[in-house]
Design a protein around this ligand. Structure first.
Ligand SMILES: Nc1ncnc2c1ncn2[C@@H]1O[C@H](COP(=O)(O)OP(=O)(O)OP(=O)(O)O)[C@@H](O)[C@H]1O
Ligand SMILES: [Mg+2]
Length: 369
């Protein structure tokens, strides 16, 4: 390499490095300003660095005045045009980041996140993540709203359901105290029934709150579903007889599931008690279980006359009861039974559903083997 070439390289590098260092200093001073400024400094430094190298070298090369003027003019014109483009691009980048920032602020203020769709990759990644968070947040808020709504309803209905029997018990207790009860024995029996009902309700509420709080402890073991069903049928038979409802069933002897025997008994019992309650005299309630390779299907079929289509999706909601079940004096529950069934079945990784069939409805529980 000739000494002239070395000199050219040294002069060009010297000028460019000087401009680069000044640019780095300016960029450092502007580091907290908009990304638009940084991008602009980047463009200006790149263009000026090249122009300074060319002009500096040309001057040192003792070119004729005319040639030097041409070189300087070329550098000035193309430098200005290039800086113009650099500033334009910097402005666009700044605009995109600003739109992303504004969208994030709106999101932070509780709105939805709608990011710019023409952002460079890193910004697009941020935008996508924020969009995902926005969707998750909206779903969580919706879930929370529904939960809050059902909690509110539950408190309202439960306090109503407790107030009525409590008022009755107080009236009966006062009558007994004052010795004005016409039939004291009947009053005592009635009080006992009401108290039992309230105890059941409080137990159900406790169970539900444990299910919802996720503190339900299941002791998993291998359970023969046939035994669970026979126990429930034996327990419910007197009630079914009193209502003249035929209660029976058939369980595949291979129906073995891993689960909590007590919880499964509660599931079957809640379904059977509901079925008996909603089946008129002479109707039949049938419990069946079939075993497949991967799951056991348990069904409780009754002759309730069908559930209104609109209500089918709501029967598992906490504290929901059909309009007719709210008639005062009717044999009503608190609307907790099916919510408990659903919670317990899901804790066993199973599913529960209901559909109308002939003149009744059928609740179907599937449990993994
Ligand atoms: N087998 C059924 N046939 C017809 N309707 C039913 C049946 N099971 C439940 N329902 C309807 O679904 C509602 C909710 O049932 P759920 O078992 O949750 O509450 P409940 O029986 O009213 O009260 P609880 O079970 O807390 O004593 C009932 O009020 C009833 O309207
Ligand atoms: Mg019930």
């Amino acid at each position: 390499m000739s000494s002239a070439t070395v000199a050219v390289i040294a002069i060009a590098a010297g000028w460019s490095v000087t401009v680069g260092l000044v640019g780095a200093l300016v960029a450092w001073l502007l580091r907290r300003r908009s990304v638009r400024w940084l991008a602009a400094v980047l463009g200006v430094v790149a263009v000026t660095g090249v122009a300074a190298g060319v002009v500096g070298t040309a001057r040192a090369m003792f070119l004729s005045d005319h040639d030097l003027t041409v070189v300087i003019t070329v550098c000035a014109v193309s430098g200005l045009v290039s800086v113009g483009f650099a500033l334009w691009l910097a402005g666009r980048l700044g605009g995109t980041t600003r739109r992303l920032r504004d969208a994030a602020i709106r999101f932070g203020d509780g709105g939805e996140f709608v990011g710019p769709d023409d952002a460079p990759r890193e910004l697009a990644d941020i935008s996508r993540e924020l969009t995902r968070s926005s969707v998750r947040l909206r779903e969580a808020a919706e879930r929370e709203r529904r939960l809050e709504e059902s909690r509110r309803q539950l408190v309202a209905w439960v306090s109503h359901d407790l107030r009525t029997p409590l008022a009755g018990i107080r009236a009966m207790a006062e009558a007994l105290e004052d010795g004005i009860a016409v039939d004291p024995q009947r009053y005592r029996a009635q009080m006992r029934t009401e108290i039992d009902r309230m105890v059941t309700m409080v137990d159900d509420l406790f169970e539900l709150s444990r299910i919802h709080a996720g503190t339900l402890q299941l002791s998993m073991e291998t359970v023969l579903l046939g035994d669970v069903v026979s126990d429930v049928i034996a327990g419910a038979d007197p009630i079914a007889r009193a209502k003249q409802v035929h209660l029976g069933g058939h369980v595949d002897p291979r129906s073995l599931v891993r689960g909590d025997a007590g919880a499964l008994a509660r599931v079957v019992s809640n379904l059977v008690m509901n079925a008996i309650r909603h089946t008129p005299a002479d109707g039949a309630v049938v419990v069946e279980a079939t075993a497949a390779e991967r799951e056991i299907t348990l069904s409780v079929t009754d002759a309730c006359g069908g559930i209104a289509e609109d209500d089918l999706a709501r029967v598992f909601d906490v504290a929901w009861r059909s309009g007719s079940a709210r008639t005062p004096g009717a044999d009503v529950g608190a609307g907790l039974g099916l919510a408990i069934v659903k919670g317990l079945v899901e804790a066993h990784h199973g599913t529960v559903s209901v559909h109308n069939r002939d003149a009744g409805c059928r609740f179907v529980v599937t449990l993994p083997v």
